[in-house]
Design a protein around this ligand. Structure first.
Ligand code: FAD
Length: 292
């Protein structure tokens, strides 16, 4: 089936109009952002909302800006804009790097960061990056606004804490301190595909070269994007030599929850790849934190 079931289409131009529609059609409406995930699901009739609320005309949802020590990104910001942003390349290069791995240019031109996070595909690249950066998410409804950590956002595959009347509005990330570096490494079957496994790492070093911040997010190896919490804790307070990085990668691999799948390989293979990718990503992050 390649044609969606009939639906009523709304195209609000303000956030308050969109939130009023979400309130009125609670549970029967879906937000349409880039449409890169929602439209295929509707065409396959796996999702059939009665009402579609297209937010593409809401200009106040699309921006990347620095507000003192925070970077604020509107939910409707396209992957392409993340990839090309001079501000992000300077301050949060891992985010531009991660966006460049999403799908192909067509997908990046349409897909949005808010759509990617709200869709909650464990193979989504941006979720792991935002986990490594300890991002916060601003969620809005007519009832008010709440800000939650990315660590509390994903509930299960394709499921988040978003309520039917809520919209993801903004992603907030702290500007990393001096001597910080990050990397996103993705293993894929072919260019533009979803990950077999991928890893985001972000670290900071204190003036003596000791690890003062560690963030690690894992892609496609669990029911959601995963935080490798034990590996992060292991790195803190240590000098990041080869032995420590090897051990942290081993711990991250043990935190992955991969499953066998006929397309992208066995759970054992994916776990082994998490170890390899974490090790490499940490080494690149370390080099970048040292100014390399
Ligand atoms: P939509 O498809 O418009 O929406 C997705 C879901 O999120 C819907 O349920 C919608 O209601 C909800 N939603 C959207 N915005 C909001 C909001 N602000 N608040 C609350 N709910 C909202 N992704 C990757 O990470 N890596 C890849 O390699 C990759 N490859 C792809 C290849 C192809 C061919 C395609 C079609 C997609 C691929 N994607 C990939 C997915 C892509 O990143 C999508 O852009 C993303 O998953 C969804 O973003 P969207 O803006 O298109 O959202």
């Amino acid at each position: 089936m390649t044609v969606p079931r009939p639906f009523v289409y709304f195209c609000p131009s303000t956030e308050s109009e969109a939130l009023a529609l979400l309130r009125d059609y609670k549970g029967e409406a879906k937000i349409l952002a880039g449409g890169m995930s929602l439209i295929p699901l509707m065409k396959l009739r796996l999702v059939s909302p009665k009402y579609v609320i297209d937010i593409n005309r809401i200009e106040s949802l699309s921006y990347i800006k620095q507000d003192r020590d925070k970077i604020r990104i509107g939910a409707l910001t396209r992957h392409h804009d993340l990839e090309r942003s001079d501000l992000l390349k300077k301050v949060l290069p891992i985010l531009s790097e991660t966006a460049s791995w999403v799908g192909d240019p067509q997908v990046r031109n349409m897909g949005t960061i808010g759509g990617s996070l709200s869709h909650a595909d464990p193979s989504g690249d941006l979720g792991s990056c935002i986990i490594a950066l300890r991002g916060e998410l601003v969620i809005k409804s007519e009832r008010g606004e709440r800000t939650i950590s990315i660590d509390n956002f994903f509930v299960d595959t394709f499921t988040t804490v978003l309520q039917p009347d809520e919209m993801l509005k903004e992603i907030i990330i702290n500007v990393p301190k001096d001597r910080s570096g990050g990397a996103y490494l993705k293993l894929e079957r072919r260019a533009g595909d979803f990950a077999i496994a991928a890893v985001a790492t972000q670290i900071s070093l204190d003036p003596k070269g000791i690890c003062s911040y560690a963030g690690i997010g894992l892609t496609a190896v669990g029911p959601t994007n995963l935080k490798a919490k034990k590996a992060e804790e292991f790195l803190l307070g240590k000098e990041l030599n080869d032995k420590v990085i090897e051990e942290a990668a081993e711990i991250a691999a043990s935190e992955a929850k991969p499953t066998d799948d006929p397309l992208r390989g066995s759970a054992e293979y994916k776990r082994a790849m998490v170890k390899v990718l974490t090790k490499r990503a940490l080494k690149i992050s370390l080099n970048r934190a040292r100014g390399g």
